[in-house]
Design a protein around this ligand. Structure first.
Ligand code: NAD
Length: 506
């Protein structure tokens, strides 16, 4: 077991004694299954945890169903009660911030600095939905008849299955949990089997904050084993999924016969467009940060540089020089600027994309080979890699590599830059850098992506919607739309002076 704190433990090992939480009970898997959770920085086992099977997954959904349908159900608690719980969860996250950061870093490989930022972000998401949930969005409609009261009220959608990926384990699941709780839904949480630990810790905090039994349930396990038990399930009203396109479309297909709502937050292949009139140094810094942060394992990573021809050679040289200076290493080491890839399996996938880029004729400028320094030998590290002279038809330009790989394309006109930026099946995020505010606005409006940054990159706020166009998804998280996903609008029409309707003769 890892114990990475000098003279102390990284986290309380009792946290992971039993990790399925169903109907208010911590328990092991029905079939006794377990899984080793690996630290990608050195291959050590961080924890051995219970691994659910389909029977456990169905039990979790059934518990959420009972809690939603019960005689004194969660949905009939007041908004003030639910909001207070969200605020308490935020307080507890702040209390245990350092322990959670260590857990997240040991599990994902990301640097402690990034893990701390993720926790601060999820606290702000709980606080935002606590504020939003305290204000009713119900409406009274004027139908020009004093005997009629016409209202639209918002009710919880029901039992929700919330499925998260491994790159931002805590962050992605909280974007779902906070609005679902505020709306009055019950839920089953399914973190990635690769990075489940911070969600287990969060579940402990939710219990401590007063989330009642059955309202939130947690199952760990491989999507291929328990996924269908969670999603091909008539007791489920909504599935919110963040992950890859193949998994997302499979879930949409199996959920369709149940007419469950399905919100998909999928991948991205995000263009970063740089005009010659942009601040050069700031643009180089943003492009390098935008693609190599978290070793490129970011759905909104700016992996596709589209740069104006007149500055392209100088820009690629500068970006390459900066990329070579990035200090990658163990995320627990405060001098590391970025960590390893999440697993050996994922490094193999990234490596295969590098080989593909070379075979497609792109020019390898820097990186492209596993590090040879023995200090990296036990971890799944991969260096920042840049390919120049890429064309839009290359797979390395069109497919999500989800690693530290930047591809470079060039343009000469604004129209061409927009055309390249929109030449993708995805549409999650894009950025444009220019010294001309008018052009920044024009290009931002023309790009078919869910988020566009002008002269900035990667920032978001809990109050603004996040989601994709095209194959990047069909849902919206954060902002008022992120709460609306978990609500049904119901129209209640009340006639205060009932009389015969007078249609048919009496
Ligand atoms: P993945 O699709 O492999 O897995 C995501 C989750 O789905 C995991 O919890 C996994 O166990 C589960 N799963 C797998 N098969 C399943 C099934 N048949 N039924 C139900 N659940 C199943 O994705 P990943 O590799 O964990 O994450 C990387 C992907 O996530 C990338 O494509 C990335 O762009 C995307 N992502 C998107 C956003 C966004 O905001 N749009 C954010 C983060 C990550």
């Amino acid at each position: 077991m890892s114990s990475r704190e000098p003279g102390g433990r990284a986290f309380d090992p009792d946290l992971f004694a039993h990790v399925l939480y169903i109907d208010g009970q911590w328990r092991g898997a029905a079939d006794g299954g377990t899984r080793d959770i690996i630290n990608p920085a050195d291959g050590s086992v961080v924890a051995v945890i219970d691994e659910a099977g389909p029977e456990d997954a169905r039990a979790a959904v059934a518990a959420a169903r009972r809690a939603f349908d019960a005689a004194a159900p969660w949905r009939s608690t007041t908004a003030a009660d639910r909001v207070a719980i969200c605020d308490r969860i935020a307080d507890l996250l702040e209390r245990d911030r350092d322990e959670i950061a260590r857990i997240e870093t040991l599990d994902t490989g990301k640097t402690l600095r990034e893990s701390h930022i993720d926790i601060d972000d999820v606290v702000s998401v709980f606080r935002y939905y606590a504020r939003l949930g305290a204000v009713s969005a119900d409406r009274v409609i004027d139908v020009n008849d004093p005997s009629i009261i016409s209202r639209v009220v918002h009710e919880p959608v029901g039992v929700c299955v919330l499925i998260a990926p491994w790159n931002y384990p805590l962050l992605q699941i909280v974007w779902k949990i906070a609005p679902a709780l505020v709306a009055g839904c019950t839920m089953v949480l399914k973190p990635s089997e690769v990075t489940p630990l911070s969600t287990i810790k969060l579940m402990h905090l939710m219990v401590e904050a007063g989330v009642p039994p059955g309202v939130a349930n947690l199952v760990q396990g491989a999507g291929s084993v328990i996924g269908d038990a969670l999603t091909d399930n008539h007791d489920v009203d909504l599935i919110s999924f963040t992950g890859g396109y193949v998994t997302g479309t499979h879930i949409a297909a199996v959920a369709a016969p149940h007419v469950s709502k399905v919100a998909l937050e999928l991948g991205g292949k995000n263009p970063h467009i740089v005009f010659a009139d942009a601040n050069f140094e700031a643009a180089v810094d943003a492009v390098v940060t935008g693609v190599f942060l978290h070793s490129g394992q970011v759905c909104s990573s700016g992996t596709r540089l589209i740069v104006e021809e007149s500055i392209a050679d100088r820009f690629v040289d500068a970006a390459s020089e900066r990329a070579q200076r990035i200090r990658f290493g163990d995320g627990m080491d405060p001098t590391s600027e970025t960590g390893p890839l999440v697993s050996e399996q994922h490094r193999d996938k990234v490596e295969a994309y590098v080989a593909l880029g070379i075979s497609e004729g792109a020019t390898l400028v820097t990186g492209g080979q596993r590090p040879t320094d023995p200090k990296y030998a036990a971890g799944s590290f991969y260096p920042p890699t840049i390919f120049d002279n890429c064309t839009r038809d290359m797979r390395i330009v069109q497919e999500e590599t989800f690693g530290p790989i930047l591809t470079v394309e060039r343009f000469t006109t604004e129209a061409q830059a927009i055309e390249l930026g929109n030449d993708t099946d995805y549409g999650l995020a894009a950025a444009v850098r220019t010294g001309d505010p008018g052009r920044g606005e024009r290009v931002a409006r023309a790009l078919r992506h869910g988020t566009v940054w002008v002269n900035d990159f990667g920032v978001y706020t809990a109050a603004a919607e996040w989601g994709g166009f095209g194959r990047s998804g069909n849902g919206r998280e954060l902002g008022p739309s992120g709460l609306a996903e978990y609500q049904e609008a119901k129209h209640i029409w009340t006639n205060t002076e009932p009389a015969e309707m007078g249609w048919f003769t009496t």
